[in-house]
Write a protein of this length. Structure first.
Length: 272
C-alpha cells in the first residue's frame, strides 16, 4: 500500500513539467473555467507550451471540433512562435470531450496520473472540458517553438486516438528574455505559500468558494504530507461549515488528506 502511494506521488511530481509553473489543473465537471473569463485571466506564467494569452493580443482564431468518433478536426495545426491564438473548441458529439494542450511525454504522464487518481480535481488555462453541442475558447500565446500535442484525457479517449499536434515555427525576432520575468513573478507570488507551520499544514489563498458543492479552490504551496507541488486546485471539504467560514482572498492554512482517491481538506483555518 505504501509503495502504491509513493508511485502516485512520484507521478504527481513529474506533472509539474507539464503545467509548471502554471500549476493549475482541472478535470471532470469541476473545471474552474479560467478561459471563459479571459478579460480577467490568470497571470502570465510560462510553461513548456507557452502561456495564457490576452484577448487584445489575438491575431487569429482557429476552430477545432471534437466528435464521438474520438477525433479532433483538424488534428494538425501550425502557428508562429509568439503568436496569440484563440482556439475555439466545439464538441459536436453527444458526450463530453476535453482539450488539453501540452508536450507529448508530459501528456502521457498526466494521463497516467488521472488513471491512478480519477477523482482528482484540478484546473488550468490550457485545459477545457466541453459539454455536448457546446463551444469554448482557449486564448494561448505560443512563446516556445517546437512540436506540441493536444488530446482528450477523459478515460479511454486518448488510447483510442483522440489527439492532435501543433507545430510552432521558430521566430528569430522573438527572444526568450520575457520568460525569466514570468518565472520570477511566479516565485515571488508563491513565496508566502510554500512554508507551512509543520509538514501536515499547507499555506494557501482562497480563490473561489462553492458553498453549494462544498468545495474550495485554493492556490497553495507544497502539500508536504502528500508530496504534491504548489498549484491551484479544487478541494472537497470534510466539514461543510469550513466553506462558510472563508471567502475569496483569505489567507489560510489547511490539512489535506487522500480519501478514496480524492483530496479532502480535513482542517482549515485563516492565517493572521
Amino acid at each position: 500500500m505504501k509503495s502504491k502511494k509513493h508511485h502516485l506521488l512520484a507521478l504527481a511530481l513529474v506533472i509539474p513539467t507539464l503545467f509548471s509553473p502554471l500549476l493549475v489543473w482541472a478535470h471532470g465537471d469541476e473545471h474552474l473555467d479560467p478561459n471563459m473569463k479571459v478579460d480577467n485571466p490568470i497571470k502570465a506564467q510560462t510553461q513548456a507550451v507557452g502561456q495564457q494569452g490576452m484577448p487584445k493580443d489575438v491575431s487569429r482564431t482557429i476552430e477545432i471540433s471534437m466528435n464521438d468518433l474520438l477525433r479532433f478536426n483538424p488534428d494538425s495545426l501550425s502557428v508562429q512562435q509568439g503568436e496569440t491564438i484563440r482556439l475555439r473548441i466545439t464538441n459536436n458529439g453527444k458526450i463530453p470531450h476535453e482539450f488539453v494542450l501540452g508536450t507529448r511525454d508530459e501528456m502521457m504522464q498526466h494521463a497516467e496520473m488521472m488513471k491512478a487518481m480519477p477523482d482528482m480535481v484540478h484546473s488550468s488555462a490550457n485545459i477545457a472540458l466541453v459539454p455536448p453541442s457546446k463551444s469554448t475558447d482557449i486564448i494561448w500565446q505560443f512563446t516556445q517553438s517546437g512540436e506540441f500535442v493536444f488530446a482528450c484525457l477523459i478515460p479511454g479517449h486518448l488510447p483510442a486516438g483522440m489527439q492532435g499536434k501543433i507545430t510552432v515555427a521558430a521566430n528569430p525576432e522573438k527572444s526568450s528574455s520575457a520568460m525569466p520575468v514570468a518565472i520570477t513573478e511566479v516565485k515571488a507570488e508563491t513565496t508566502d505559500t510554500t512554508t507551512a507551520v509543520d509538514d501536515r499544514y499547507t499555506l494557501g489563498e482562497i480563490r473561489k468558494v462553492d458553498i453549494a458543492q462544498g468545495k474550495l479552490t485554493i492556490k497553495h504551496g507544497d502539500i508536504k504530507n502528500l508530496g504534491m507541488p504548489g498549484m491551484t486546485m479544487v478541494f472537497r471539504i470534510k466539514d461543510p461549515a469550513m466553506v462558510k467560514a472563508v471567502k475569496a482572498g483569505d489567507a489560510v492554512q489547511f490539512v489535506v488528506e487522500l480519501e478514496k482517491g480524492a483530496m479532502v481538506i480535513t482542517e482549515l483555518k485563516k492565517r493572521p
